[in-house]
Structures are given as C-alpha cells and as structure tokens.
Ligand binder design. Structure first.
Ligand SMILES: Cc1ncc(COP(=O)(O)O)c(C=O)c1O
Length: 447
C-alpha cells in the first residue's frame, strides 16, 4: 500500500524516524539499487544533493560533510577530526553518556567503560546537567551556568595536570543519561570554557536530531539560536533503518584534517543508495510535516503524562521536548530514589500490551518515549491509557501488599527479614501469592 492506505506502523523506534518501511524510502532504495551502487571514490549526484539538503538544515558554518555507515563511525571520525584540528588529545564527556560501540567510543562512554576497563587517563567526566536529580536542581537560580562551571572545573583540573582538551562530547539531549533536557544556555557556556582551552564542541545528534524535538530540526538549537557546535554527528533516524550516518563540520576543522595528506575513505559510506535513502527521508519529513507533527503530538503526550503525574505518586518528573520524553519514576518524593524495579515491571507489563518502551538513566528508572515521528495523537492516548491502567493495578497490589509470583522458586529466596522491602518476584502472575508468613511484612509485586 502507498500513501494514505498504508498502515502507520509506529512501534519501531530507534532508527525508524518516519515509520517502519516507509514506501517512499523503500522505493528510493530499490530504484537506486537497480541503477548503481558503488563506493564514494566515484562521483555521483546523490552525495552532492544529499550534502546540499543537509546543509540547508544546519547553521551556515557547518558546511563540510563526511558520510559513513553508523553512528559509531561518525563519532570516531569526530574524535579524529577534533584531535587533528586541535593538536590535543583529551576528551570531556558527560556522566553516563554513550557514544558508540567502537573501542575509541567505549573509552568515552562512562555508561560502558565503568563496566569494562574503566576510565582512561585522557577521559574526563563532567556531571550530567540533570535539574531533577543532579547537584543543581529546579530551584537553582541559574543551573545552566552552574553545570557549565562544573565543566570548567574539569577542564582546569585537566590543564593543571599538563594535559590538553581536544573535545567536549555530549548528546544534545542526553538520552542514555536519562532523557535529560539540559538547561538552555548550558551548551554555549560549556563551549566557551572548552574553546578557551583550545578544544572543540561535538554535538552527538544520533538519537535526538532530525526534527524530533519539534521546534527545531536539531536538538542543539534548543540551546539558543546563535549556538553552533564545531562538529555535529548524525545517524540512526537519518536513514530510517538503512545504515547511513554523517559528520558535519566547519571548513577550518575539515581543512586541518585534510592537511595530513591522508585521505578519508569509507567504502560504503555515502554510496548512491545510502544517499538516495537519506534524501527520501528528508522528502518524507518535509512532505508529511513531521517536525511540526512531533511538536504537536509531543505536547499532547506531555499533557497526558502530566495528568498521570497528578494521579500516580511514583511519577516524579516528566520532561521532554517534541517526541523525546522521559518519565522519571521514584520511590518517594523526598529522596527521589530511582524506582528501578517498578520501571522494569512497567516496561514488562507494557510489552504484554504490545507497547515497547525501554528505560534509561543511571538508575534505569526513566521510561523513554522516543517513537517514530509518525506517532499520532491516538497512539499517545492509547499508550498513556495503558500506562495508567498498569500503574493503577500496580499501586493496588502494593497497597494491599499482595504478592504474585511468576516463578515458584523465586518465592523461596529468603528476603531480608525484619525490614519492609520491595521484593521483586519473577515468575507467573497467575501462580498465586507468597507464603503468608512472608507477605505481610514485605511489599511485593510480580514481574
Ligand atoms: C547517542 C548515541 N551515539 C552513538 C551511537 C552509536 O550509533 P551506532 O549504533 O549506529 O553505531 C548510539 C547508538 O545507540 C547512540 O545512542
């Protein structure tokens, strides 16, 4: 089916920004595949047209484009560009960030390196600009400046050790960090500190760019009209599932990279098919006005979730912009302790209802809403109604200390007696409750 006949398949998040198997994107790939697919050593109009179209979405300064196959390749190239341009080596990243799966990127991803080889001496971590759970919260008079001062502090301590900053890397909206919306003005302040130290600002837009935030095409633009990163990396959504990624940068950075005399070559990056797909995705975004759609459906979703916050005390915070929304689940309002097990439970129950959400953030307690941009008002209503029903049911179970277990053996685990704890019981909800000797003193629920 084409156009209006086509069912809007929205549950495929991640890379499919304009909807799973969009016919125009599929057709563009198919048509180009029938004509020519070769590597970028051979000139083809598609690559030039695609670079031209992308440049129309970006500030004028970001006018040089490198095409690649994945977000990781894009961030790895960004790292090389930054180091070549600055002549420096060290990198500052935000806590709990993820920038990709290559060795170089595991090194700059606290989300990964903490569970692997640990932090390298050239990597420096600044706090997430999280105004809900971080050191500077919603009651702080200027959290943007306060969090940027933390970066300045990190940069200074690096310099005191005789080291030099090549780059500050951040997702424009730290998603893996817990769907964080940095306070406006934070990036320009950070960029000032980083550039003063001779480094560059890299905005990772791989999850969050391409119209998703609604008001702007790129999420870094939320930080102020005048703010321009030195390097922007993009991927995932730009190919709607096809492996396309891109690095946009300035003439100055690109010229410094070229000056090595060592060419950048990537066999499949920027192939005529990949660029045809990229162009088709841009066409769909424009034709279906998906950026405006994301703004409209996103505000409606936030409004519906706001109603849920008033009803369910487990919802501590709802934050978002366009179709990038986080629901921060807490155990209690005073401490804002992450409700990790409850979030896990909710995600499983939603999955039973054919709704696929994941959790993010250091506490794995932030429900992550990042649907394809064709997600509709009806879809928003449907998801929130299911969420409401599950939360109501869960609260009822917790109030009555009712225990359901899914695996009989899980009930045999001996809980920490003598204190009231939340016991997570894995198994089949139909199998019945924990032994009455255990149930009264423990709030329990099933997964
Ligand atoms: C913020 C961010 N940067 C980079 C990457 C790496 O992209 P890829 O998986 O396409 O290599 C990801 C992937 O999840 C990501 O979320």
């Amino acid at each position: 089916p084409t156009g209006a006949e086509r069912p809007r398949r929205w549950p495929c998040g991640g890379g499919c920004s304009v909807g799973h198997c969009h016919p125009l994107v599929v057709q563009a790939a198919h048509e180009q595949n029938q004509v020519l697919n070769t590597n970028s050593r051979y000139l083809h109009d598609n690559i030039v047209d695609y670079a031209q179209r992308l440049s129309e979405t970006l500030p004028e300064k970001l006018c040089v484009f490198y095409f690649l196959n994945s977000g990781s390749e894009a961030n790895d190239l960004a790292l090389r560009l930054a180091r070549q341009y600055t002549g420096h080596w060290d990198v500052v990243v935000l806590d709990h960030a993820y920038h990709g799966h290559l060795s170089s990127l595991i090194d700059i991803s606290p989300y990964k390196f903490r569970g692997l080889d640990g932090q390298k001496e050239w990597v420096h971590v600044a706090p997430l600009p999280d105004t809900y759970r971080g050191p500077y919260r919603e009651d702080h008079p200027n959290p943007a400046v306060a969090y940027a001062s933390e970066v300045k502090r990190v940069v200074s301590s690096v310099q005191e050790k005789g080291r030099k900053i090549a780059a500050f890397f951040a997702e424009s909206l730290p998603s893996v960090g817990g769907q964080i919306i940095p306070p406006a003005g934070y990036f320009p302040e950070v960029a000032e500190h980083v550039r003063r130290a001779g480094g560059v600002f890299v905005a990772d837009e791989i999850q969050v760019g391409f119209g998703r935030v609604g008001k702007h095409f790129w999420a870094f633009q939320l930080q102020g009209e005048d703010f321009v990163p030195d390097i922007v990396t993009m991927g995932k959504s730009i190919g709607n599932g096809h492996p396309v990624a891109c690095v946009a940068t300035t003439q100055a950075v690109a010229r410094a990279f070229e000056a090595t005399g060592v060419e950048y070559f990537n066999t499949f990056g920027g192939s005529p098919v990949s660029c045809a797909v990229g162009l088709a995705v841009l066409d769909v975004l424009e034709k279906e006005q998906l950026q405006a759609h994301a703004a409209c459906v996103g505000s409606f979703l936030m409004e519906l979730l706001g109603q849920q916050k008033a009803k369910h005390p487990i919802i501590g915070d709802i934050r978002g912009v366009g179709l990038f929304v986080g629901v921060d689940l807490i155990k209690d309002k005073a401490t804002r302790t992450p409700a990790t097990e409850e979030a896990d439970y909710l995600v499983s129950r939603l999955k039973e209802n054919y709704i696929l959400l994941s959790t993010d953030g250091p506490g794995r307690n932030v429900l992550k809403f990042k649907p394809p941009m064709c997600f509709s008002l009806d879809n928003a209503q449907h998801v929130v109604a299911k969420l409401d029903a599950i939360l109501t049911d869960m609260e009822e179970k917790m109030r009555s200390c009712e225990t359901l277990r899914l695996q009989p053996e899980a009930a045999l685990l001996s809980p920490p007696l003598g204190e009231c704890a939340l016991l997570l019981v894995l198994g089949d909800p139909e199998l019945g409750s924990l032994p009455s000797a255990v149930a009264p003193s423990f709030q329990t629920f099933c997964l």
